[in-house]
Design a protein. Structure first.
Length: 271
């Protein structure tokens, strides 16, 4: 709600009329308030450079109208396998790649682990322990973990498979040819609304689901367990990517308190 402001006065109405009392000086000397100018989006903000339009139905809708799905994978220890097991995994991986008729992206992400909550839990257990010997051992262990976390970065690796879908072959070819790394740093245009009709969207949902099932089935043949990320997990993933330092201290909010069925790019509120 806008604060109470003085309405601009018509010059003709400001002239004194016959028989009317002259206006007081303290009112006429005050500057008249003007309507606020519409705020323009800053092209240098991070939000203006994002290529994501919406997150809906466990999919990522890009600004160009294409779709993405992300599958999280568990790792396997290839070094500890026998020679026969390694050959089986390599053969299954070769068959998996040959069976794909669409573009996929394998993503490996390294993220620093915040062990602060783990140390706090150890301290709480130490306070509730009455055994002196066990308490002494816990104190040494807590000090060791604290020093280790300060001297070395404890990292965790995550593995993902990104599945792409374009509404037409011409669109996919045009996007592949127009990719340019330096376009991200160029001046961005005003944000546009991505419009997709219901028939195209339903077809994209079906096609993306089929591709996800094909990828999960192919990974299972190699002994890799995988799961598709839902809307909440996708938002958490992109939040951690774009805010690597902030995400450790300020995790994303609880999605159970969100009333919307999908996550949409926010809009600036007028002051």
């Amino acid at each position: 709600m806008q604060p109470n402001q003085m309405q601009p006065m018509n010059p003709q109405q400001a002239q004194p009329q016959a028989g009317a009392a002259p206006a007081q000086a303290n009112i006429s000397s005050q500057p008249q308030a003007t309507a606020p100018m519409p705020r323009q989006e800053d092209p240098s903000t991070t939000q203006s450079t994002l290529l994501i339009s919406e997150l809906r139905d466990s999919m990522v809708i890009m600004k160009d109208g294409s779709f993405r799905a992300v599958v999280a994978c568990k790792s396997i220890n290839f070094d500890l396998m026998s020679e026969q097991e390694r050959e089986g995994v390599e053969f299954a991986y070769q068959n998996f790649l040959n069976s794909l008729n669409f573009t996929t992206q394998i993503l490996i992400r390294s993220q620093r682990i915040d062990i602060g909550p783990y140390i706090d839990r150890l301290i709480e257990l130490r306070r509730n322990n009455d055994n002196m010997l066990l308490g002494k051992l816990m104190d040494n262990y807590i000090d060791f973990i604290d020093i280790l976390s300060q001297e070395a970065n404890i990292m965790d690796k995550s593995f993902f498979v990104v599945i792409q879908y374009y509404t037409s072959k011409e669109q996919e070819k045009a996007m592949e040819e127009s990719k340019n790394f330096f376009k991200t740093f160029s001046k961005t245009k005003a944000p546009t609304v991505t419009r997709i009709d219901r028939a195209t969207y339903d077809k994209a949902v079906t096609e993306v689901n089929n591709r996800v099932e094909a990828v999960i089935s192919g990974l299972f043949q190699m002994g890799i367990h995988s799961v598709r990320l839902n809307t909440k997990e996708l938002a958490q993933l992109y939040y951690n990517f774009n805010n690597p330092d902030t995400a450790v201290r300020e995790p994303l909010g609880d999605f159970n308190k969100v009333a919307h069925l999908y996550v949409k790019k926010g809009e600036k509120e007028e002051a």
